[in-house]
Design a protein around this ligand. Structure first.
Ligand SMILES: Cc1cc2nc3c(=O)[nH]c(=O)nc-3n(C[C@H](O)[C@H](O)[C@H](O)COP(=O)(O)OP(=O)(O)OC[C@H]3O[C@@H](n4cnc5c(N)ncnc54)[C@H](O)[C@@H]3O)c2cc1C
Length: 441
């Protein structure tokens, strides 16, 4: 297999510097790479995409508020000023832990330190057949596919003459009431009530039914109960039907089956959106096979307190793919802050080791969580402070804006949000993709 990385500067390989290979340019991997700026190491960042994606705003692409490019930034551009870092566009398929090489689909990348930061993917609780019927939200393609489904459903309803099918087209079921499910439900309600108002001649988009299904006994289960209650009340005020303590049992072309205790129900609906389970990305399983590392129930790698793989101190796992909590305790949440802090920690560990030192175990500093429900409505669970409503929404806007990578994207998003807020419009509600239309000829 060709070594696709090689020496960064051919000919200067007299005393080769320490090679750090990072797989994944998401929040964890990118922060690890940036924190190694000016370190005496050769950094190679490998990603199968040429951009860093700001996943927290994916739902805004899926609901037509923002365009894909607003929330993505080319990795090469972000790292262009970092002379010790190379970006390689490649898919990592395996890891040869004994020979210290990452196996790529078209070559290999040798390392001295490996940082695995490939994130997570959707998990359908053993029902892989649900995947095509209920798309999730993880990539740009997922977001544009979801956007297509949402806006096609209204188009199909406009052409529907059968009353029953019309109701099916105008019913949207969202599975999972974590932050993504809540955000999607709120945005869908606004699309139906505000954005599409006056745009159709036969249907009334505001008649759309949005059903949010959650297995736990409250929405936003990871938030304090008082904020869950506020979020639920706000969603219901937006016309969303919230079904907690309810699990989905089947999806058909024209309906969704759910169960709440002993009660089974069929909801006539043609659009189902998945915002429920996630699990560690597939490279995690390859890493577990290569190193004997243990996977937790969500296919995350159980790592040592310093984020390394047991028996392989040179392999660090960070972000959504890592579980660094002791077995009996709750894992850290799969959020950007955890990945960012772990990326920075991994870089500090590499620097410390180069000086023959160790580092104290990784400790997460929780800066709080925010979830948006709709226009001027959000909940904030910050250290020592819980609030909701307009102020929480402003905090959400501000924190998301400052965390978007690249200044021009921040500016574009700010302008777009201001425009959307005052005009009630969603200019990016394009139906794209080559798939045949689900109706008509
Ligand atoms: C819809 C959605 C909304 C969210 N909202 C929030 C929020 O509001 N607040 C919050 O804090 N967090 C939120 N999160 C979670 C947050 O985005 C994740 O916790 C964070 O992205 C994890 O960072 P990571 O670096 O572990 O992985 P990721 O950011 O997912 O990055 C993984 C990278 O690895 C690359 N990759 C994967 N496999 C391979 C491979 N085999 N070869 C090469 N490259 C590979 C991918 O292309 C990607 O660039 C949200 C997530 C989603 C999906």
């Amino acid at each position: 297999m060709p070594d696709v990385v090689g020496a960064h500067n051919a000919g200067e390989r007299g005393n080769p510097p320490h090679r750090v290979v990072i797989v994944g340019g998401g929040f964890g991997g990118l922060n690890a790479a940036q924190s190694l700026k000016d370190a005496p190491v050769e950094v190679t960042l490998i990603d199968r995409r040429n951009f860093h994606l700001f996943q927290p705003l994916l739902y805004q692409v899926a609901t037509g508020s923002l365009s894909p490019a607003n929330i993505a930034a080319p990795l090469r551009g972000i790292l262009k000023g970092q002379k010790n870092t190379r970006v390689i566009l490649a898919e990592a398929t395996d890891i040869d832990a004994r020979k210290r090489r990452v196996i790529l689909s078209d070559g290999e990348a040798p390392y001295d330190t490996l940082i695995v930061a490939t994130g997570s993917s959707h998990h359908y609780f053993g029902h892989e057949e649900w995947r095509p019927a209920a798309p999730g939200l993880k990539t740009i393609e997922d977001a544009t596919a979801m956007r297509r489904r949402i806006f096609l459903a209204f188009e199909a309803a406009e052409r529907e003459t059968d009353g029953e099918r019309l109701r099916e087209w105008l019913t949207f079921v969202i599975v999972g009431a974590g932050p993504t499910g809540v955000e999607l439900a709120g945005a869908l309600s606004e699309i139906a009530r505000d954005t599409l108002r006056h745009e159709f001649r036969r249907i009334n988009p505001a008649a759309a039914r949005i059903v949010l299904v959650e297995g736990a006994d409250r929405v936003l289960p990871a938030y304090p109960p008082c904020l869950s209650a506020k979020a639920r009340a706000k969603l219901e005020g937006l016309g969303v039907t919230v079904k907690t303590g309810t699990v989905m049992t089947d999806i058909r072309a024209d309906s969704v089956r759910v169960r709440s205790g002993d009660q089974a129900e069929a909801i006539a609906a043609r659009t189902v959106l998945w915002a429920a389970g996630v699990e560690g990305s597939p490279l995690g399983r390859a890493l577990a096979r290569a190193t004997g590392a243990e996977l937790d129930r969500s296919a995350r790698i159980r790592v040592e307190p310093n984020l390394s793989v047991r028996g392989f101190p040179e392999i660090l796992v960070i972000g959504d793919l890592a579980n660094c909590s002791p077995p009996a305790s709750q894992p850290l949440p799969g959020v950007a802050q955890v990945a960012i802090q772990q990326g920075r920690y991994a870089a500090r560990l590499v620097r410390a080791r180069l000086q023959g030192q160790g580092l104290e175990p990784f400790r997460y500093r929780n800066r709080g969580n925010l979830a948006v429900i709709g226009r001027a409505a959000a909940v904030a669970d910050l250290p020592g402070l819980r609030f909701n409503g307009y102020l929480a929404w402003l905090a959400w806007l501000f924190i998301h804006l400052i965390n978007i990578v690249e200044y021009h994207n921040r500016l574009l998003v700010l302008v777009q949000w201001a425009w959307n807020y005052f005009s009630f419009n969603r200019a990016a509600r394009l139906i794209t993709g080559d798939n045949p239309l689900p109706f008509g000829g």
